[in-house]
Design a protein around this ligand. Sequence first.
Ligand code: TYM
Length: 346
Amino acid sequence: MANAQERVFSGVQPTGNLHLGNYLGAIKRFVELQDRFDCLYCVVDLHAITVWQDPAELKRSIREVAAAFLAAGVDGEKHIVFNQSQVPQHAELAWVFNCVARLGWLNRMTQFKEKAGKDRENASVGLYAYPNLMAADILAYRATHVPVGEDQKQHLELARDIAQKFNNDFAASIAEHGLAEKFFPLPEPLIAGPATRVMSLRDGSKKMSKSEPSDASRINLTDDADQIAQKIRKAKTDPLPLPEAVEGLKDRPEADNLVGIYAALADSDPAGVLAEHGGSQFSQFKQALVDLTVAKLSPITAEMKRLVADPGHIDRTLGRGAERAEAIASETMGDVKDILGFVRRT
Ligand code: TYM
């Protein structure tokens, strides 16, 4: 079973429709890691409110993301599934990290620049400090491995920098309290496979994203078979047939994207897909992709629907998960308080 020192943590924001990128880049991989690690999978609602959310919609969305985890095959009994706001140590540790991370580090975060856009003065302080909360999510459990899509790589590097600086800044106190020298592990990003960056179906140079206005740019986990078929048939391509070898995908972003999606859904790799489909016209390959996508997603979509119809069950799962998560996080936070020199309640 899992090495006691190793633990997986990852999170997904409850901000609107989950899409194929979230599934292939993250949720599908959460499921695959369950046999090798002890895992915590979190619906990161505190992250969601860094931009304004409609309260009723947020609640619906939290349950929907939890349902997606479970429907995809995450085992909420064996592992821990919860929503972030139920475990106060995330916000508590994030404050400590606000005091460890440097402004210069956060100023380099490209996602903040993208999300804040031109009107930076009007972005919330939370949006700016978001990577510190993300570091707290991971390090509250001293998680060692973090499965994410490519877009989270920079945030993971920041989490490692924060862990390292905390360990260095408080090395003497850590030793004095008899704690491990590397009190916080340096969490490793697990960014692997053919779909670490799923691109828009309308533009192979843009990431598939929840915030893209055109719904045709993404496949949502709630889409039915007809919607999936329509979106894939309309997906942008180039006029050439599929190449015979992976090198032929270079400078063909749309072809590369569709082959990557196929590979991830089929648990294969681009070379394997091209061995089968190289030389095909897109019309033919797209039909194969529709069939595969519908076959893989529709059982998940159906199970999500079933789960969402029983919010009481989801809430109980999240509540139990939160209790188990808090037991771990409060221990870390207790040590952190000792390390910092806070006086604890006796
Ligand atoms: P979020 O909610 O934007 O996305 C959830 C996960 O989906 C991945 N992803 C993609 N992967 C491949 N192709 C895409 N087009 C694509 N779009 C999204 C993301 O990389 C992510 O893994 N900050 C995080 C949530 C978070 C977190 C954490 C993650 C908060 N705390 C701690 C790991 C550990 C986010 O906004 O993900």
